[in-house]
Design a protein around this ligand. Structure first.
Ligand SMILES: Nc1nc2c(ncn2[C@@H]2O[C@H](COP(=O)(O)OP(=O)(O)OP(=O)(O)O)[C@@H](O)[C@H]2O)c(=O)[nH]1
Ligand SMILES: [Mg+2]
Length: 291
C-alpha cells in the first residue's frame, strides 16, 4: 500500500508554513481528534519555533473518554490541548484563551503583543496541520464568518489567507501539509479513514478490511449497528465481513456477486464522515486496544 504522496505543492506548503511562522505569536496545530497521533507530524511542525497549542478538531466525532486521555497525554508533555467542534464553534473560545496564555507566557510574549503607545495589538495566530483535518473550518469559527474556503476533501486550501476577527485575533489559514513517510499500513489506513489522503491513493478493500478489525477492537457496537458480525479477527474473515456488509446493503450484481469495492467505499465513507457515531481510531500509548 502506498503512503501519502508528496507533490511539489506540498514542499511549497512547508515553506509557506516556515515563512509565515515568523509573522505570528502562536501556532495552532490542528489534528483530527479521532486519531490525534496519526494525524499530526511533530517532526514537521517542530520546524516552526513558536509557542504552539493543539486543537483537537472533529471532537464531536471522537469518543469523549479517549479524547480526555489524549488531552492528558499531550498536556503531560507540556502542550495545551483544546478539543473543538469546528462546525459549531464549541471549544473555540477556550482555544483562543489558550493561545493568548501561551503567547503571553513566552519570553518575548507580553511586549510583542503591545504595539507603539502601549496599545495592545491583535494576537496573531496561524493554523497548521495535515489536509482535511478542519483548519479552514476552525479559522472560520474564530472569525465567526465563512471567510475561508472549506470542503470534505483534502487540499481545498491552496494559498494562504489571513482572516481578521472582531475579538482582537488575526488568524492565518494555510493549506494542509502532507509529510513524507508514515507509510506503515496502520497509519495509511487511519489517514484514509480520516479523509487525509485521497481515495485514489489506496486500495479501498484493504482499508475497509483493516477498518473492520479496528472497529471490532474499539467499538463492537458500531459493527453491530452496521450489521456486520463481530468475528472479524483474521484478515480473511474481515473480507467476509465486507462481503456480508455488501450483501446487506444490496450491492449485489445480477449474477449474485457482491460488489466488495462498493461496500468498502461505503464503510470508509461512514467512518470518515462520522456517520456511525463517535469513534476514536487510536488511544494514547499504554491504552492501545487496536487490531
Ligand atoms: N463533524 C465535524 N466536521 C468537521 C469539523 N471540522 C471540519 N469538519 C469537516 O471536515 C471537512 C474538512 O474541513 P476543512 O476546514 O476544509 O479542512 P482543512 O484542514 O482546511 O483542509 P485543507 O484545506 O484541505 O487542508 C469539511 O467537510 C468540514 O465540514 C468538526 O469539528 N466536526
Ligand atoms: Mg483548508
Amino acid at each position: 500500500m502506498r503512503g501519502p504522496s508528496y507533490p511539489g505543492h506540498m514542499a511549497s506548503a512547508v515553506r509557506a508554513m516556515r515563512e509565515n511562522a515568523r509573522l505570528v505569536d502562536v501556532v495552532i496545530e490542528v489534528v483530527d481528534a479521532r486519531a490525534p497521533s496519526a494525524s499530526r507530524n511533530p517532526g514537521l511542525f517542530r520546524l516552526v519555533k513558536k509557542p504552539t497549542v493543539i486543537a483537537m478538531a472533529k471532537a464531536d466525532l471522537a469518543d469523549r473518554g479517549t479524547t480526555d486521555s489524549w488531552r492528558t497525554e499531550f498536556e503531560s508533555r507540556g502542550t495545551l490541548v483544546f478539543p473543538v467542534n469546528c462546525r459549531t464553534g464549541e471549544g473555540v473560545s477556550d482555544l483562543l484563551r489558550g493561545c493568548r496564555q501561551v503567547a503571553e507566557a513566552s519570553p518575548r510574549g507580553p511586549g510583542r503583543l503591545v504595539a507603539g503607545g502601549g496599545r495592545k495589538r491583535p494576537l496573531r495566530a496561524m493554523v497548521v496541520g495535515l489536509p482535511n483535518v478542519g483548519k479552514s473550518s476552525l479559522v472560520n469559527k474564530i472569525a465567526s464568518s465563512a471567510a475561508a474556503r472549506t470542503g470534505a476533501r483534502p487540499g481545498v486550501t491552496r494559498g494562504k489567507q489571513w482572516v481578521r476577527t472582531g475579538e482582537g485575533v488575526e488568524v492565518l489559514d494555510l493549506p494542509g501539509v502532507v509529510m513524507p513517510g508514515r507509510s506503515d499500513p496502520r497509519s495509511v489506513v487511519v489517514l484514509a479513514l480520516l479523509g487525509i489522503v485521497e481515495e485514489s491513493s489506496y486500495d479501498p478493500v484493504e482499508v475497509a478490511a483493516r477498518a473492520l478489525r479496528i472497529l471490532r477492537a474499539r467499538s463492537p457496537s458500531v459493527l453491530k449497528a452496521i450489521g456486520v458480525g463481530v468475528a472479524t479477527e483474521p484478515t480473511e474473515e474481515a473480507y467476509d465481513g465486507i462481503r456480508e456488509l455488501g450483501k446487506r446493503l444490496g450491492f449485489v450484481s445480477k449474477g449474485g456477486e457482491v460488489d466488495i469495492v462498493r461496500a468498502s467505499s461505503w464503510l470508509i465513507r461512514q467512518v470518515r464522515d462520522g456517520k456511525i457515531g463517535r469513534l476514536s481510531l487510536e488511544s494514547p500509548p499504554g491504552e492501545e486496544r487496536d487490531a
